[in-house]
Structures are given as C-alpha cells and as structure tokens.
Design a binder for this molecule. Structure first.
Ligand code: SF4
Length: 399
C-alpha cells in the first residue's frame, strides 16, 4: 500500500457565473433542461456521466449531440469543491481537505474509512454538512469554532464525487465504477440544521441515475433536533444515528447542550417514531446510538445501566467511540478495560454493542476524530491553513 501525501496548489478559483450542475437533483436537472428547450431525459444522461463516470467535460459526453454540448459549455459547468490537501494512509484511510466559498474560503474535511466486512469491499465516507457548528458539544472542537456557514448541495455531494473519483483517476471512462459503499453524514456540522441541502444531496446518493446507493447504507447522524427528525421521516428513507453520549438529561445537558431544548424524553420517542414510520422495506429497522467514551464522565457502570433502561424499547445498535483527546480537551479517553466492561454490560442485556476501531493512525490525529464527531478541527484547520500557505506548488512526498 502506498503512502501518498499530496499538497495541491492554492490558486484562487476562477470566478464564474455558470450554473453548477453537480448538486442538482434529477427533478432540478429536468427543469433545467426544459428551460433550455431540451427534453427531460437529458437530465438522466448527464447525471450518469457526472456521478457514475466522473466526467465533467461536456465534450466527453458522447451520447449528447454536439450542438447541445456546445450550449451546455456556455451556460453551465460541473464543479466539485476545491481539494487543497489530500492524504492517503497506509491502512487505506483517505482524507481530503476542501476549500469552500469565495476568496480564502473555509476548510472542511472528509474522511474515507475502509473496513473488512464479509465481502471485504466496504468503504465508508464521512461527509461534512456545515462549516463549524452552532451546537457547542463540550467534547467537540468544531463547536468551539462556532457556526460559519451551511454547505451547499454541490459542496456536500462534491465530497462523495471526489472520493469516488479518486479511485478512478487512471481508469478508462467506460470502465469506471463507484467505490464508496457507505455514507455517514457525521462530519463537521449538524446535518438536520442544514436540512434541504442535506436531503437533496442524500436523494442524489440514492438516485439510480447518480450513485444508486442502498438506503440502508446511507446514514444521517444527528445530535437530536427532534422536529427535524420527524421531518426527515416524511421526506427520505435513510438510516438514522443519534449522537447520544449520555444516558441522562443532567449529563447530556453538559455534553450535548441541545439536550436542554430537546431532552431525552422527547428524543427517544422521536427516534421510535422514525423507525415506525414505514413498513418492512424501510431502512429504519433500528437506530444507531453513538456514545463517545469519556474517562470518568459517562463510562461508569451506572451509566451502562441507565442506557439499558433508556433504550429498552428502542430497536438500536450501540457504537462506543473511544475519545481522541485534543489539546486543551477537558476530557480523557476511557481505558480499554472500562470500555470493554461497558460493552459487556450492554451486550449481556441483549444489545448489539460494538467498539469503534481507530483507523488511519498515520493521518493527522487519526481523523477518526472527525468520524466520531470529536475532532480537534480548529487546530487542524489552522494547521492546514499554515501548510497550504507554505505550499504554492504541487509537492509529492513519500511517507
Ligand atoms: S459533536 Fe456534532 S453537533 Fe456537537 S458541536 Fe460537534 S459537530 Fe456540532
């Protein structure tokens, strides 16, 4: 496995008024073509070129007439967010830092984690939905940055596009396939507070003309915006994860302050309603419960017992996340023994309970921090800014 770190030129992106097709849903694209005086089916054709063959140059879209291709080149474009840094780890983990917005813009991260499953082919991409976050969870430095802005649909789906395309750079167009098998909306930001762009992007993930992903493999992770969980149930059938992190209101108010607005007695029924919304074909057979393990804070035997009581009527799978401390973090990581004892208590009570493995150790701070929503993102963002400022040219370095 190669160890490949590439720093990419930081030229200021060209200012353009062309319409970006990358984040458009099928309906939006059909409307776009109708406005151009074209047939609706062109939308599906272009979507396949863009999302399945990773072609951005209209000249290469050979089943479209030359005249239409010329027209498209004049009025629109297919443009992913600018990659300012990428790092491919020896264990297969990949990370990208994107610049979004005009001028200097802001930086967001995306991480791809491979995992050995039965088929040996699972690749999970953790996608960001906002720059910064307004919710200020006490163990998460994204919250410390405050909220900067929502990502647009092309910036959200662009993360998936870039990750897939990264495996296909040297592959002939006709041979290209999609490599990412699972998506979790679990990066920077609270996805349910950027509702429409997130739902539009997830619709593209599910669309057969785009990524055609199984609804069970597309997960939205929320810290618990109760009314928006109900709204999501109305609009999209995807898997749901709840960032729980505490089994009682007193502790959760401290760790996840949005709990003061939507306490556990509202959150757990909302998760139940989400599961009960559809029939057997739904992606909603259970909710994934995320629980970051903080030494001496939420990892005691009584907390495990409270979890059993809290979740007894909610079909759920529990994922314990060893905390990765960051500088000035007010918490430490629970010991291995403590995490395993916590897992055993829950397993003995009949819950499926896993411990998240740390991957990508040779990438800055394992970046599983991002996946666990506990990243020292402020520090890393500053580091990236410094590195990028120092690197004007493409530099390949060998690890
Ligand atoms: S853990 Fe998630 S919801 Fe909480 S501050 Fe961090 S990014 Fe926001």
């Amino acid at each position: 496995m190669t160890h490949d770190a590439v720093k990419i030129s930081t030229h200021t992106p060209e200012v353009t008024s062309k319409v970006n097709l990358l984040g458009m849903s099928r309906v939006q694209l059909e409307q776009f073509f109708e406005k151009l005086g074209e047939k609706k089916f062109r939308a599906g054709q272009v979507m396949k070129w863009v999302h399945q063959y990773f072609v951005t140059d209209f000249a290469q879209m050979t089943n479209i007439s030359g005249k239409l291709r010329e027209k498209l080149e004049k009025v629109c474009e297919v443009k992913a967010p600018e990659v300012v840094h990428r790092h491919y780890s020896q264990d297969g983990t990949r990370k990208w830092v994107f610049r979004v917005g005009d001028g200097e813009g802001s930086l967001v991260e995306t991480v791809l984690i491979p995992a050995d499953d039965k088929t040996g082919a699972r690749k999970t991409l953790c996608i960001s939905s906002q720059v910064g976050c307004a919710l200020d969870c006490s163990f998460c430095s994204t919250g410390k940055q405050g909220f900067q802005r929502d990502l647009t649909p092309d910036e959200i789906i662009g993360q998936l596009w870039v990750a897939n395309q990264s495996y296909m750079e040297d592959v002939e167009i006709a041979e290209r396939t999609r490599s990412v098998t699972n998506v979790v909306m679990m990066g920077m930001g609270e996805p349910l507070l950027n509702f429409k762009p997130v739902v539009d992007s997830m619709s593209l993930m599910l669309d057969d003309f785009a990524y055609g992903m199984s609804k069970r493999r597309v997960t939205l992770s929320t810290s618990g915006i109760v009314p928006m969980i109900d709204k999501l149930a109305e609009e999209l059938d995807v898997a749901l994860a709840i960032s729980l992190h505490a089994p009682n209101n007193e502790l959760r108010n401290e760790l996840v302050p949005i709990n003061k607005k939507y306490p556990l007695e509202q959150l757990i029924p909302a998760a139940q309603r989400y599961i009960n919304k559809d029939g057997n074909e739904s992606a909603r057979k259970h909710v994934t419960i995320e629980y970051v393990m903080l030494e001496g804070v939420n990892d005691k035997p009584e907390h495990a017992q409270q979890m059993i009581t809290l979740l007894k009527n909610l079909p759920s799978k529990i994922n314990l996340i060893p905390f990765n401390p960051f500088p000035h973090a007010p918490y430490g990581r629970s010991s291995r023994n403590r995490i395993m004892a916590f897992q055993k208590t829950l397993s003995d009570a009949g819950f499926v309970c896993t411990i998240r493995q740390t991957r990508g150790d040779d990438i800055d701070a394992a970046c599983g921090q991002l996946v666990g929503q506990v990243a020292d993102r402020t520090r890393r963002a500053e580091q990236w800014k410094k590195k990028i400022a120092q690197q004007g040219e493409i530099v390949r370095s060998q690890g």
